[in-house]
Design a binder for this molecule. Sequence first.
Ligand SMILES: Nc1ncnc2c1ncn2[C@@H]1O[C@H](COP(=O)(O)OP(=O)(O)OP(=O)(O)O)[C@@H](O)[C@H]1O
Ligand SMILES: O=c1ccn([C@@H]2O[C@H](COP(=O)(O)O)[C@@H](O)[C@H]2O)c(=O)[nH]1
Length: 262
Amino acid sequence: MTGVFEKISEALHIKKHPQEHEQKEESAEAQSPAHADATASASVITSPVFDKSKITVVFVLGGPGAGKGTQCANLVQDFGFCHLSAGDLLRAEQNRAGSEYGEMIRNCIKEGQIVPMEVTIKLLENAMRAALAEERAGEGWAEGRGRFLIDGFPRKMDQALKFDEEVCESSLVMFFTTTEDEMLKRLLERAKTSGREDDNEESIRKRFRVYKEQTMPVVEHYNEQHKVVTIDASASIEEVHEKAKTVVEELFKGEIARNVTA
Ligand SMILES: Nc1ncnc2c1ncn2[C@@H]1O[C@H](COP(=O)(O)OP(=O)(O)OP(=O)(O)O)[C@@H](O)[C@H]1O
Ligand SMILES: O=c1ccn([C@@H]2O[C@H](COP(=O)(O)O)[C@@H](O)[C@H]2O)c(=O)[nH]1
């Protein structure tokens, strides 16, 4: 029987990477799909696709409109990150001709609901592979290394657990906070030009509710792992940027203080 992940990979036109799970592929047994399903259900320890010692993953969380995307764009300029917005990847998949998930993604986004994790995680994994295959120049990208800002993900506990275990263990969570009133104001302003189907007051209220109910437990989870740096995003874009930049500088120097407010 083909696993859910394999079915989604096929549907998303995702090819298996030659380096993926090298140890598993060396084993003749592991080449049998039946065996793969059996081992998955037996919860045999799996190793992540990407090695944390080479690949830095920083999750960027915060409420809708807190300014995650804005700050990620700044940090790309500063540190040469590859910025992957889970929402952008889902919107691209929604609009991809022939996608069997298009309609489902559109509905979820409009309702502020979370798309089933298999889809989002496969899109992220695929985008990470593509970025690594580019063999980018610049700091942090030599010899199979890479640095990723994963924006607006994980939104739900199942995503967090699966990504860390099977794709790449995250190094840090940057958590941008401001008030709901401020986020609403920013999103309604963005709505004038964004063209996003969920930038309207009804969808925004739903997104706020999902954020509180499903994403806040993710922040709590990483807090328990001492991985969270909270950044007050109420200030100007440049002031928030300065704080975020310092956090990343400290991360790369190995001097970061965890579970702090920057
Ligand atoms: N510090 C800030 N002060 C004022 N406006 C801001 C600030 N940061 C971002 N904005 C503006 O607020 C809007 C939302 O920002 P952005 O798109 O970065 O948020 P986001 O957290 O990525 O939102 P979403 O989760 O909905 O994608 C944008 O129009 C942006 O220009
Ligand atoms: O992991 C994710 C991330 C996003 N979504 C859906 O996309 C929209 C928009 O996300 P933005 O980060 O604001 O661009 C979000 O409301 C969810 O519906 C998701 O399902 N899973």
